[in-house]
Every structure is written in structure tokens, then in C-alpha cells.
Design a protein around this ligand. Structure first.
Ligand SMILES: [Zn+2]
Length: 70
């Protein structure tokens, strides 16, 4: 192997069409919103899961992110 082949340029950058990326961006955004809901609002009147299990599970994250708690 010669030095020229060792330092050969990598393959060109492939552009990803927005049409292919958009569903994943929307999915990731929804997952982020669900995460923010469970960390920040899954408590009391806005709770959709009975009990305090979710609240206690994400309790440290709630305090870390500055959501009001107790
Ligand atoms: Zn707390």
C-alpha cells in the first residue's frame, strides 16, 4: 500500500433528503415531549398513571431540570 492510497479522500458526503429525515425528526420530537411530560408534569391533576411510581422514578431528573416538585 502506498502513501497515496493510505491518505485517499473518503467517499463523498451523501445528502439525505428532508423527506426521509422528517418522520424521524417528528418521532424524536414526540419522544422528547413525552420525556418532558413524564419528568415535568406527571403528577397530581396532570397525572395519567395512577400512583407515584413515575414521579418517584424521575424524581431526581425533575429536580435536576428545575421543575417544581415539593
Ligand atoms: Zn421533589
Amino acid at each position: 500500500m502506498t502513501a497515496a492510497t493510505l491518505h485517499a479522500p473518503a467517499a463523498g458526503v451523501v445528502a439525505i433528503p428532508l423527506r426521509e429525515v422528517l418522520p424521524w425528526v417528528i418521532f424524536a420530537g414526540l419522544m422528547c415531549l413525552i420525556g418532558v411530560y413524564f419528568v415535568g408534569a406527571e403528577e397530581g391533576a396532570t397525572s395519567i398513571i395512577k400512583g407515584m411510581y413515575v414521579h418517584e422514578f424521575v424524581h431526581d431528573g425533575r429536580h435536576l431540570l428545575g421543575f417544581p416538585c415539593h
